[in-house]
Design a binder for this molecule. Structure first.
Ligand SMILES: Nc1ncnc2c1ncn2[C@@H]1O[C@H](COP(=O)(O)OP(=O)(O)O)[C@@H](O)[C@H]1O
Ligand SMILES: [Mg+2]
Length: 424
């Protein structure tokens, strides 16, 4: 028998008689049922704690035992964490308790998948404090069954009973079978948990990037508008004043140069305003999404070389700032792409807000592209625009889809749920 400490004492369980003496068939059916229950828990994406809890409560239907617990190992800290502990009567063991691994005795033996069985605690010479505590709790026999997944010892299923030596071969078999299933489901749950955490982190990260990008655009837009725009407005005013001050006898070429310079300054002011607007359309906050999109489309029309059919419905309902910005950026990038790459004759921009979600598409009849090659190529820098659109939509809990093939035009579809958004 192994060394046991205070806490391990609480862990150690043993097994007495099978609950049922009915034919094996019935027990077999019970076993299958339990394994199915565990599988269901994995499919329902439960945590290792919940899977362990469900396993134990099912196991107790098959085997009478005073105490059961499941611990999972945190090998890097040489500790085990209690996932679940229950049974008849009091136990000091609580979920979340940490137990030093050395208290589980021969780890090599457990790592090899061998069960640790103590038939009678009272027969141990020099019992440790933990063993004494176990005996005090009324436990006489206990068993530690290794939970092994992909060749690694990841935890233990511990059972304790109040009769010495009361463990049959059949009970061992049942517990072992349950332990095997428990091990793989716990591992799967742990992996799933890790993947989901990673996914959440990625989502947070991309939202931070989008946020930072918007902030930076806003800052540059304001700088352009307020600093450059104002300075150039002053230059234009000065030039205008000079024009008026010119004496009638001045050379015509001087007057022409002055007028020309003023016009250039006025043009530059216009360009700076446009640039500031495209970087950060303040109209979005001031006038709402649809007027801003109309403004954007009107600007595209003269140079686009294609017809734009814009339809929007349901937008009298209010939208959050994040959704408005995302929609604006998606339409802006899709139109940019149509101008840059599509050589289209017609582009449809249709948006609909039904109060529950905003859906829409941007479809051109241009030359299209091989979306599989572009979207899955190894050079993400070649599809930053497309990725950016998708990120914005997906970040808001929506779906995004691009369909394009050579000669057949391009269609972008998206749907953003509004319930999620109001919560964010
Ligand atoms: N509407 C479109 N029509 C044709 N090709 C497109 C269209 N949209 C995107 N593409 C193709 O997909 C590539 C990636 O698009 P994008 O990520 O927006 O990057 P960029 O516009 O900076 O090239 C483009 O270079 C182009 O080859
Ligand atoms: Mg682009």
């Amino acid at each position: 028998m192994r060394r046991t400490g205070k806490k391990a004492g609480n862990l150690n369980k043993d097994i007495t008689k099978p609950k049922r003496t009915e034919p094996t068939l019935k027990q077999y059916a019970e076993r299958v049922k339990i394994l199915h229950a565990i599988d269901r828990f994995i499919l329902e994406n439960k945590s290792p704690e919940k899977i362990a809890q469900a396993t134990i409560s099912n196991l107790r239907k098959l085997i009478t035992c005073k105490r059961t617990s499941v611990v999972s190992f945190i090998l890097e800290y040489d500790e085990a964490r209690v996932l679940v502990a229950d049974g008849d009567g009091e136990t000091k063991l609580k979920p979340g308790d940490l137990i030093p691994l050395e208290l589980f005795g021969d780890m090599d033996k457990l790592s090899r998948g061998e069960i640790n069985l103590v038939k009678d605690l009272k027969k141990i010479s020099n019992p440790s404090h933990a063993v004494k505590a176990l005996i005090e709790e009324g436990i006489r026999t206990y068993i530690n069954i290794p939970l092994i997944s992909r060749g690694e010892l990841i935890g233990l299923l511990n059972l304790g009973a109040n009769a010495p030596g009361g463990i049959s071969k059949q009970q061992m078999e049942i517990s072992q079978e349950i332990a095997d299933s428990l091990a793989s489901s716990m591992e799967l749950a742990r992996l799933l948990d890790k993947v989901m955490k990673y996914q959440r982190e990625l989502k947070r990260f991309s939202s931070k990037i989008i946020e930072a990008q918007e902030m930076e655009r806003k800052r540059i837009a304001m700088e352009l508008h307020d600093e450059m725009g104002q300075a150039m407005a002053a230059i234009s005013l000065n030039l205008g004043a000079l024009e008026k001050e010119l004496s009638p006898g001045i050379k015509a070429s001087v007057k022409e140069t002055l007028t020309d310079s003023r016009k250039l300054a006025d043009d530059a002011i216009k360009k700076v305003r446009e640039l500031a607007f495209s970087l950060r359309p303040t109209m979005l906050d001031d006038f709402g999404l649809i007027p801003t999109l109309r403004g954007l489309i009107n600007k595209y029309k003269p140079r686009a070389g294609f017809q734009i059919d814009f339809k929007a419905s349901g937008f009298e309902k209010k939208l959050g700032a994040e959704v408005k910005t995302a929609l604006y950026r998606v339409v802006q990038e899709a139109l940019n792409n149509a101008v840059k790459h599509a050589q289209a004759k017609k582009v449809l921009v249709h948006l609909e807000n039904n109060g529950k979600s905003v859906s829409g598409f941007i479809k051109d009849d241009g030359r299209g592209f091989d979306s599989n090659t572009v979207l899955y190529s190894d050079s993400p820098e070649k599809r930053i625009g497309l990725i950016g659109m998708r990120e914005r939509v997906v970040f808001l809990g929506g779906s995004f889809n691009i369909q394009s093939s050579l000669g057949k035009g391009t269609e972008i579809n998206f749907n953003i749920p509004l319930t999620n958004l109001t919560n964010e």
